[in-house]
Design a protein around this ligand. Structure first.
Ligand code: TRP
Length: 358
């Protein structure tokens, strides 16, 4: 194997190069969206929050609406990496699908599916695992980070190998584009390496997928830390207007009454300003200027109204869809059926290339 997975430092993930390439890809997508298939997904760990919405969901709907063939994966096997038992998995899967549908992922144009229902996708994991070394798996910075922050008593084999499973997620449908955040770049590199090595060993089957980094603004949680459901600092997409108001009222700010947008010097205040600006589709500096010297309580009132107004239609749609569980199940069944047919075709090609069709 000539290519090595050189991912020893977590601060050098090739982000600037990936950003430049993403800008070029965006140009090509605008020109001929129908040429592209994109795959991305989420671990079903519960309801999505505003960070997910502005970070990725919004972008998926944008790509879908441009005419890109969107595949959206509910990663119900990958979720087993970060918990010992798949507690309330079915409920989390349903919540995730409801969030997708509520924000505008359209099952007539996008394919929503789950790992566990697509056997041919999972089978790709075995030949793929043979293409990477244990040392390479051990160097993946995202996995290292997850292991360091894991509450599990022991690192499971799945935790160690899930980037290769993720390569199967991407390659089974020959997705050329993977819209992700920069923490996923090492995984994308694994997928590219697996594709290259498979092709050179058995003949050309897989295109090399590329990351599509969105210019996702970083929203902090209400405590000023990384927004995360498990830290209790995230406003869920599905939160009520009252819950939203309560969370924003309790958000951390600082002692300076004059509101400004300065993410480096004033991260907490600026994140609130940014949240309002994103909901209002306005420039954060302007939003801050308008609030001026009226202080944190005026800022919080602006943010609360902006969030509740922006998400009212999404929340209403979600509540309506939640009453029709048969619809949610049908969406998944149809998505799984389509994913299976794609996966079976790819697996046949793989077995042909490996001369393993008996
Ligand atoms: N690893 C991703 C996350 O934790 C979820 C995921 C699973 C994914 N399979 C994928 C993302 C394939 C992009 C492509 O958020």
């Amino acid at each position: 194997m000539s290519t090595t997975l050189d991912t020893t430092t977590s601060d050098d993930l090739g982000v600037p190069a990936a950003r430049r390439r993403s800008a070029e890809l965006e140009r090509q997508i605008r020109e001929r969206p129908g040429r592209f298939r994109a795959l991305t997904g989420d671990r079903p760990t519960g309801r999505l929050h505003l960070g997910h919405y502005f970070g990725t969901l919004h972008n998926r709907v944008r790509l879908q609406n441009l005419g890109v063939d969107m595949m959206v994966l509910v990663a119900d096997y990958q979720v087993l990496t970060d918990r010992d038992v798949a507690d309330r998995l079915a409920e989390h899967v349903e919540d995730l699908v409801l969030d997708y549908l509520a924000v505008g992922v359209d099952p007539d144009r996008a394919t929503i599916f789950t790992h566990s229902a697509v056997p041919a996708l999972n089978q790709l994991l075995l030949p793929f695992l043979s293409l990477v070394s244990v040392a390479e798996l051990g160097r993946n910075p995202t996995v290292k980070d997850e292991i360091a922050h894991s509450s599990q008593s022991a690192v499971s084999g799945l935790m160690f190998t899930y980037p290769v499973h993720q390569a199967a997620d991407i390659l089974f449908c020959k997705a050329g584009l993977v819209p992700v955040g920069q923490d996923q770049l090492p995984h994308l590199e694994v997928a590219r390496i697996v594709a290259r090595r498979f092709n050179s060993r058995y003949g050309p089957v897989f295109p090399e997928p590329e990351a599509l980094l969105s210019a996702a603004p970083l929203l902090l949680g209400t405590d000023g830390g990384k927004m995360s459901k498990s830290r209790g600092n995230a406003i869920a997409l599905a939160a009520t207007a009252d819950e939203t108001a309560r969370m924003i009222r309790g958000a951390r700010t600082d002692a300076d009454r004059r509101i400004t947008y300065d993410p480096v010097a004033r991260p907490e205040v600026s994140s609130l300003v940014l949240l309002a600006a994103l909901c209002l589709d306005r420039d954060p500096h302007e939003v801050a200027e308008e609030i001026g010297g009226r202080g944190a309580s005026a800022l919080k009132a602006v943010v609360t109204d902006a969030v509740n107004d922006h998400f009212a239609p999404i929340r209403a749609r979600r509540a309506e869809l939640a009453l029709d569980r048969a619809h949610v199940r049908r969406v998944l069944r149809d998505g799984n059926e389509r994913a299976n047919s794609i996966a079976e075709d790819t697996l046949t090609e793989v077995r042909e290339a490996m001369k393993a069709l008996y």
